[in-house]
Design a binder for this molecule. Structure first.
Ligand code: SAM
Length: 207
């Protein structure tokens, strides 16, 4: 009895990531399916992802899109972009996915022109110290009712430590402060435990 049978394509993607020495910091299979379920429930058509790595979460999300849906994913490491391109092709979702190479803070401002309707589903999963900057851009790029998901917001519970000197923790803390004070969004934190340890997602809905 399995809610999520293992999938040959996702195993091949993870194998290709390892073969190319990508760090194993992609979402877990359960988290990938969770993201995909959320995108389907939302009926997402225009997805934005910040942080591609080898495209593992990208592919879960792209599989949730309808025929005319599209996904833009932002990645600054050329080696990651190359592997993601291979994986996206292997999964057969290359017609729906565009990878934009560059630092997300440079590429986010170009997206208004590429997606005039706005994005209805956004996954933030890159360098955590920049989350406070990402959310400001994302709020400008999101359509009304959009879902914004951010990963790694619990970090073994360390995120409650206000004195932490870890830039990742401080980035997430500042991100949460912005979410809790901005009246344009409503958010909830969900803790997760499993293959990737003890962590969590924040799910926000743009009003
Ligand atoms: N979402 C991916 C998945 O689950 O398969 C994992 C993404 S990994 C946690 C973070 C990625 O963000 C890395 O590939 C890293 O190179 C990229 N990244 C880090 N800082 C970035 C930046 N400033 N701009 C764009 N990409 C960045």
């Amino acid at each position: 009895m399995q809610l999520q049978p293992s999938s040959e394509i996702f195993e091949k993607i993870l194998y290709n990531n390892r073969k190319n020495n990508l760090p194993e910091i992609d979402v877990s299979p359960t988290q990938g399916k969770f993201l995909s379920m959320l995108a389907k429930i939302k009926g997402a058509k225009n997805i934005l992802e910040i942080g591609t790595l080898g495209g593992y979460s990208t592919i879960w999300l792209a599989q949730a899109l309808p025929e005319d849906g599209s996904l833009i994913t932002l990645e600054f490491n050329p080696a990651h972009v190359k592997v993601a391109q291979e994986n996206i092709k292997m999964a057969g979702v290359e017609d729906k996915v565009t990878i934009i190479e560059g630092s997300a803070l440079d590429t986010l401002p170009t997206l208004h022109h590429k997606q005039a309707e706005g994005f209805d589903f956004i996954f933030i999963d890159a360098d955590k110290p920049n989350n406070p900057h990402y959310i400001k851009w994302v709020l400008q790029l999101a359509s009304p009712g959009a879902l914004i998901i951010a990963d790694n917001v619990v970090r073994d519970g360390k995120v409650v430590n206000e004195d932490s000197e870890d830039a990742n923790i401080q980035g997430i803390r500042e991100f949460i402060d912005i979410l809790s004070s901005d009246t344009r969004i409503d958010s909830v934190g969900i803790q997760t435990v499993g293959l990737k340890g003890y962590d969590g997602f924040i799910i926000s809905r743009v009003k």
